[in-house]
Design a protein around this ligand. Sequence first.
Ligand SMILES: [Zn+2]
Length: 531
Amino acid sequence: MVRTNHLIIGVALFVFLYSCGPSSHYDILIQNGTVYSGDESPGQIMDIAIVDGHIYTIGKNLKGTADRQIDAAGLAVSAGFIDLHTHLGPITLYPSAESHVRMGVTTALGGPDGTSYIPLGAYLDSLNRLGVGLNVAYLAGHNTIRGQVMGLENRFSNSEELDAMCLLVKEGMEDGAFGISTGLKYLPGTYAHIDEVIALSKIAGQMNGFYTSHLREEGLGLIEGVAEAITIADQAKIPVVLTHHKVVGFPMWGSSSKTLAMVDSARNLGLDIMVDQYPYTASYTSLSILIPAWAMAGGRYDAFAKRCLDPVLRDSIKKGIEFNLINDRGGNDLTRVQFSVFNWKPELEGKTLYDWAIAEGLAPTIENGAELIIQAQLHRGASCIFHAMQEEDVERILAHPQVMVASDGRITPINKGHPHPRVYGTFPRVLGYYVREKQVISLELALHKMTSLPADRLGLDDRGRIKKGYKADITIFDPQTIIDKAKFTDPHHYPAGIPYVIINGKVVLDGPIYNDIRAGKVLRGPAYVVK
Ligand SMILES: [Zn+2]
């Protein structure tokens, strides 16, 4: 009898709440925040009501009750940030993706630099079953596809191989890829002729995907690298993103004025070229980027080691490394190469090539640096942070209207290894350092570069803006205090000034508490075929 009474009271309460109209009770009500739509318009003090994972309504002084009220007075309320270049690989080990969500990211695009999964559909299904801490989207990867068809062979593809690769691009798109990525500086994409890349990109373009490229060169060959990407946009009829755009190596510093002018003139000709960037003067990648690609044909380690046994080949490998140390990522100074992951000598993680030379009793010359790099590669290589960019280029690129913010960061467990600080700090650094402190761009422009601009590139019409009916992916931060705390010498710090991150209507970051509730969704691209 008591139970029946409770049921009647419960039903009466339900009827009462809904008879007032569904607008009167919300899942979440965010009040008094300064709301930025994502479309470059200035912030306005508004309330946002969330129901069933969506933005139900936006307005001034919204009336009603909510399961959860968030007082956002004095805080900025933005669509969650969309990161167009994420090394999502470790998400299977760290599905909460805390390092990314804590910097305000609610959607991340994986499969960059030519590296992705085959078959992509099965991989995405496995992520669905696992549950992911933020929304994820993927690209098909040229290097993965070429590797599957041709291994690490240093030659152009023949027509049969090209057909096989075209089929894999088509299948990747049908599995839900948003486009194709290349890493033409890396193995084995670096061995590909531009015609191969055009043929594959044409297919992705016909299926409404876009093309994003780690350029063939970012140092001495940067201008040619940008020109190649623009040619691909033109010939393959595909929208293009020049990803993690940068100018590497002192001989080229200042060249961003040229590359951005190339982007402008290509756009004036009707080509759809965009750019993304992380806000640091150092890059991060494998140490083998300093080794001539021909020396690693057939294999980064064993084939490389075999060539090193031949004194003539070894000498040209060393000369090639010396050239790159001087002109490219080495920055002409051994202190600019900092070890990040070095399994052979973990005591050097965080230390530089200069430190290693000194510890070995060697003079810190370019020649000795090249010798140590050969030694490192013979012991399965290392990943390094390369301090070889100029601040003026970083600022000029950030200010360009077609440039989006993207981290190039890897999902990172706190306190493991010595990562590039971008894995924790990219978005807060732009908002705290480049917007508030250096005033390179305005707050609303920065948010545009982090939300609606990348959403539009992905073709998402329900994320990336604060708009009625959109998915409730929302980042709330304090524009007066937001800042990156991760430093090159001491990287393992989450940023400050981001109290709340909401993903699909669930409060994931809730003040000091991080809820591992896997609120993300696996997103599928424009040509996805349900099987
Ligand atoms: Zn890259």
